[in-house]
Design a binder for this molecule. Structure first.
Ligand code: SAH
Length: 464
């Protein structure tokens, strides 16, 4: 890291005077900045050209006099004139910090770009090196922060004493503030003028709950950060502990708070590093310690995510939980290949089914799947594609029924295969590394399986 030539700080100006020497647009720009404060703003120039009325400021039309700086906190010189020269000299003589607009080497201080949500202020400075970058950064921050965040920061400030009296545990109190400033409900209440009451209610609730833990079952989507929901992102940043599966990529886990405890329960197919019972116990233990636990699952937590067992364990232990949906792999695969899984006159529905029985035992759903006439989205079938196709045909599906496979759906390294049940039974299919969704049904033909041709040209070999 380089070293700073300036030091950012928040300077008290309340009850003091800020003097601007100048009456043109540059003076107006500075006036716009400083009239955001509660300081008395004095604008002096022999030539008042800009319209200061909208700012509620009354410029004084006259020459500058040294006594104008008496008790001034800051002075801006925003014109070139003998008055300006006098003001600069006087500022230096009287020790009033000076800013000469557009003349960096004459300045004692610069004004950063400001994102203002009083009392919250964010100042962005490039020490004059890259004002365009500073403006871009500012625009991003503007977009990120709700216009009401300042009001909510004010609520937090006004509840400080009460929060200290009601919630003794530091971590629990931090949680209260985090919820207060990030909750969409509070924001809505604030917009409706009920912010104070909603904040009090939230505080009472946190006071009662004490440091009680909670488990959020969060769908992480198919593996790209930008397919995470905003709610998932928010809760990840609130969580004290993140318990995630193997299939959730690091980039998503990284979105959690930096000091959150991260536990991979690595349930990759084949090697169960944690048994389901151990995961259940872990969740109950962490929440029992008062932690807020993000249980991150790939796709949607309620689809082949063993959520049922985890929820049962949490209910039994009396631990609060909440579920955040995610984009399930089949839906990401449909999007990747522009496959309408439901299609008028072709497929009146779609079925998400597993191709793999628990403990490798046989499944009894093949007959109903084969005869459904609906689009099938088969999960966990990559290592058994030929068997799957064989079973469907054995139960009456046409060998000509279209098939499409998407490996790494929703990720940048996605790849596809298209064919039909017969080609799966006959050919050896080589698929890339990664999880896969197998689509079967007439609607698959309506998709855009563009790079399927190149995949089909390869020699097909099933890889587990
Ligand atoms: N809850 C997850 C499914 C977990 S089961 C969801 O809703 O998506 C694991 C199976 O999901 C894998 O065997 C594979 O069939 C599928 N899967 C998960 N992520 C995938 C991805 N990015 N691309 C294709 N299939 C995926």
């Amino acid at each position: 890291m380089g070293q700073l030539n300036t030091f950012p700080l928040s300077y008290k100006v309340s009850g003091q005077r800020i003097v601007i020497v100048g009456g043109g647009d540059e003076a107006l720009n500075k006036a716009r900045l400083v009239t955001k404060t509660t300081a008395e703003v004095v604008i002096i120039s022999r030539h008042i050209e800009a319209d200061f009325a909208a700012l509620g400021a009354m410029p004084i039309q006259r020459g500058f006099s040294p006594c104008d700086l008496k008790g001034a906190a800051l002075v801006f010189v925003a014109e070139e004139s003998p008055d300006a020269e006098l003001a600069k000299r006087e500022a230096r003589r009287q020790g009033v910090p000076l800013n000469v607009v557009d003349v960096p080497h004459e300045c004692d201080f610069y004004t950063p770009s400001i994102v203002e949500r009083a009392p919250l202020t964010i100042a962005i400075s490039s020490e004059g090196e890259a004002p365009v970058l500073a403006r871009l950064v500012r625009a991003r921050i503007e977009a990120m922060l709700s216009p009401r965040i300042g009001k909510i920061a004010g609520l937090a400030g006004s509840l400080r004493k009460k929060a200290e009296a009601l919630i003794h545990d530091n971590a629990a109190r931090r949680r209260f503030y985090e919820t207060l400033v990030t909750s969409p409900e509070i924001e809505l209440a604030e917009a409706a003028g009920r912010g104070a009451a909603a904040a009090e209610a939230l505080l009472a609730q946190h006071g009662e709950m004490g440091g009680q833990g909670v488990v959020w079952l969060i769908g992480a989507g198919p593996g790209s950060e930008d397919l995470l929901t905003l709610r998932a992102q928010r809760l990840l940043q609130e969580a004290d502990a993140i318990v995630h599966d193997q299939l959730v990529p690091d980039a998503v886990v990284e979105m959690g708070r930096r000091d959150a405890e991260r536990i991979s329960v690595g349930k990759a197919k084949g090697h169960h590093s944690f048994s389901q019972a151990q995961i259940n116990t872990l969740l109950v233990r962490l929440a029992g310690e008062g932690k807020r636990v993000a249980r991150l699952k790939s796709g949607d937590p309620m689809v082949f995510g063993r959520a049922g067992e985890e929820i049962a364990a949490l209910r039994k232990a009396g631990i609060g939980y909440q579920i955040v949906p995610g984009v399930s792999a089949a839906l990401a695969a449909a999007a990747d290949t522009a496959t309408p899984v439901t299609l008028r006159k072709v497929s009146s529905g779609f079925i998400m089914a597993t191709a793999h029985g628990a403990d490798d035992s046989d499944l009894d759903h093949w007959a109903s799947l084969a005869q459904s006439g609906l689009t099938l989205a088969l999960y966990m079938g990559k290592s058994v594609v030929s068997e799957v196709a064989g079973r469907l045909v054995a139960h009456g599906a046409s060998p000509a029924l279209p098939v499409g496979i998407v490996v790494n759906a929703g990720r940048s390294n996605r790849s596809t295969y298209s064919g039909n049940l017969r080609s799966l039974i006959e050919g050896d299919v080589t698929l890339a590394e990664g999880p896969a969704i197998i689509f079967v049904g007439e609607a698959v033909a309506a998709g855009d399986w563009a790079d399927a041709a190149t995949l089909q040209a390869q020699s097909f070999k099933v890889v587990a």
